[in-house]
Structures are given as structure tokens and as C-alpha cells.
Design a protein around this ligand. Structure first.
Ligand code: URA
Length: 263
């Protein structure tokens, strides 16, 4: 395999980072500095060193993570805690998050060091479905549901104004006072008592795009204000409900194959 691939799959860095390390002379193969990312190495026989430390080949890694609200989807941040804070003690150097969730969104986040896996899930032409569960202030009539399903104007922020077709399924609908006990938001939001007389709604929205704040903007376009949002699935991978918020586990082989096909 290529030297840059070997390093990327050993969680030394992503492909771009490891190419720079190689060009900067930080990598040796069997004791000799190699400056060519495409040089062929044998992961079983060659001794590869990065800054004079032998690199152990880890292979591709895939994690399912139950993101809690309050953390941002980024590697580092000067102010906020990030999802990587939950992977202390694990070598995450070449590992990146697949897509993003807003700071206040919880649920399924995938992390990997495999660019092809990310591509299969994120490339717009693949139209991978993502399902979100929401609670919102507001209500949805048949006409508004149809607008959500057929494509709705969510304004600036993308070349396309209208969203692609989506699926909406309402789960609960009633007044805040009746349903507030079911809303998992007590510690997240400061809801003032003026809203007690307002209707609230919960349900599932499935979209096949990944525009910024898309679910919140779609619901806002039909007069609903999201107060709780959780991603429950991406492309056939469903959040393992045995994972508590903040916990992660490796994907099973079958789960990886759902995305990549037989490997
Ligand atoms: N849509 C949103 O509005 N927020 C997210 O975090 C994900 C999808």
C-alpha cells in the first residue's frame, strides 16, 4: 500500500496531513527518510517511523457516537467543549467527524479515518437519508406537511433555495401544558410561562441533504420553533439506544458494509 495511506490508516493524520509530514522528511521507511507519499510499503514487513517512533498499523476505524447537547462538532475549539473530549485515551489523530450536528443537537454522529466512508455518506449526489426526531413549538396542518415533503424555501445560505423532497411523520401534538412532561428539554432550555398555552409538536423529519441548520430552518419556514433535536439515523445506520449520551462504540462489520458494500 502507499505510504500516505498506511499513515492515514494508522491514525497519524488525514491524507493531506500525512503527505505534508512525508514531504517534510518526518517519515522513515526501514531507517531511510522517504519524501514520496506514493512510495509502496508493506504493512507486515516494513518498519515505518514517524518522528522516530515506530508506527503501528491500526487500520480503518469507525465509531458510532451518541452526541450530547452542549458540545460542538469540531476537533478543537478555544471556548467550547468538543465531541473529541469523549475520546480521551484513544488515538484519534487521523479520525474526523462525518458531517456535523449543531451544538444543541444530540444523537448519532459517526467518526472515522476512512475518506471513502465519509464520501459515501456525505457526497450530495448519494442522497443519503438522515432522520431527526424533534420537539417544536407550533403546529403543522396538512398543507404545511406537504410543503415540507415537497420542498420548501429556506432562504439564503445555499445556491438552492428550495429543499429536496423530505418525509415528515408527526408523533405527538397538543398543548405545551399537557405534553411538557414528555419533552426532554428541562435542562436545556429556559421556557417562560407565556408559552404554556402554545401548541407543541413532535415527530420525525427525514432529509437527504446536509444544509446548515436545515431541520430547524425547514420547521421555521412552516412556523415551528424547534426546542429539541436528535439525529437518530444516517443511511441505514441507526443510533444504538444502548449508548448513553457521550458514549461511543466501534461500528460492527455489518454496519460498515451497509455503507461501503462488501469489503
Ligand atoms: N439540522 C439542524 O437544524 N441542526 C442539526 O444539527 C442537524 C440538522
Amino acid at each position: 500500500m502507499r505510504l500516505d495511506k498506511f499513515l492515514a490508516e494508522s491514525s497519524i493524520g488525514n491524507r493531506k496531513m500525512v503527505r505534508n509530514y512525508i514531504k517534510d522528511g518526518m517519515v522513515k521507511v526501514n531507517g531511510d527518510v522517504k519524501n514520496e507519499p506514493a512510495v509502496e510499503v508493506n504493512k507486515d514487513y516494513d518498519v515505518i517511523e514517524y518522528i522516530d517512533k515506530v508506527v503501528c498499523y491500526t487500520g480503518k476505524v469507525y465509531y458510532m457516537f451518541h452526541k450530547p447537547a452542549g458540545y460542538i462538532t469540531a476537533r478543537t475549539d478555544e471556548v467550547n467543549r468538543t465531541v473529541f473530549d469523549f475520546f480521551n485515551g484513544i488515538n484519534m489523530d487521523g479520525v474526523f467527524h462525518v458531517g456535523r450536528l449543531d451544538k444543541d443537537t444530540e444523537g448519532l454522529l459517526l467518526l472515522t479515518n476512512d475518506g471513502e466512508f465519509e464520501h459515501q455518506l456525505m457526497f450530495p449526489e448519494k442522497h443519503v437519508e438522515k432522520t431527526y426526531f424533534f420537539w417544536a413549538f407550533g403546529s403543522l396542518n396538512e398543507e404545511e406537511k406537504k410543503r415540507l415533503e415537497q420542498g420548501i424555501d429556506i432562504g439564503q445560505g445555499s445556491n438552492e433555495v428550495f429543499t429536496k423532497p423530505a418525509k415528515i411523520q408527526v408523533k405527538r401534538f397538543g398543548m405545551y401544558n399537557e405534553l411538557k412532561g414528555e419533552m426532554p428539554i428541562k435542562n436545556l432550555y429556559n421556557i417562560d410561562s407565556k408559552k404554556y398555552e402554545q401548541p407543541v409538536i413532535s415527530g420525525y423529519l427525514t432529509i437527504s441533504e446536509g444544509r446548515k441548520h436545515q431541520v430547524k430552518r425547514m420547521l421555521k419556514a412552516v412556523g415551528c420553533y424547534i426546542v429539541y433535536l436528535k439525529r437518530i439515523s444516517i443511511g441505514g445506520l441507526v443510533l444504538d439506544e444502548s449508548l448513553e449520551r457521550g458514549q461511543h462504540r466501534p461500528l460492527t462489520k455489518a454496519e460498515v458494509q451497509k455503507i461501503l458494500g462488501p469489503v
